[in-house]
Design a protein around this ligand. Sequence first.
Ligand SMILES: [Mg+2]
Length: 264
Amino acid sequence: MKLYGALIGDIVGSTREVHNEKNEDIVLFPSGSDFTDDSVMTIAVADKLLHNKLSSQGSRKSYATWYKQYYRRYTNVGYGQMFSKWAESDYYYIQRSYGNGAAMRVTAIGYACKELEDVWREANHSCFYTHNNHEAKVGARAIATAVYLANKKESKEDIKKFIEKKFKYTFVPLDHLRGTYVFDSRTSYCVPPALQAFFESDSYESAIRKAISIGGDSDTIACMAGGVAEAYYDEIPKEILNRGKGIIDIGLKRVIEDFNNEFL
Ligand SMILES: [Mg+2]
């Protein structure tokens, strides 16, 4: 059952966003662990893809509508101020955020699309109203591409090379990053380390632990790393999956089930 990987990353990171634990040896679900905006928006994208099929007319506006709907259904889960203002408005005005909010929610696009061109188009559409900004769109396309290629069982080395070339990202070993890495939610600061956590991992669990170990915007970094890692490794250890499922709202779980039935 795919998509849980991204949500569990978010949950594991949820208690570490403010108080970073720059360590792989952590308790995965300390008290207070909960799903946040990263999970809710990931499911908003999945729900959009279920109801407003690929490349249909009005796709950009459809993403925006689903974001607004989910924002209203799940309030107070840690949305950024700029996004909240947009989501609360009755208008579809265009925001140009360069924040990582566009890249954190695209896991489902990597599964739903048949061709890479579709992945890139959908990722761009998903950004149109909230992150109409080059940096944010690049991040969204990069994460969706990584999920797509990981799900096709391309090697980590090939995924890395492809993303380096296509999106002009530089990947730095986590050991070199960790000492100076701080909280900054801009896309180009968060997406490469999240992918690097996956590249250095040897299992879903280790990808999550490595993502947390960098510090910074932990829930979002672990959400992105977890989404890609699940696509690659297929399996989330039962114990971790069950803990995650116990925390995730039933409404979100239903969409995950429908999405898997439709696309996987
Ligand atoms: Mg969050």
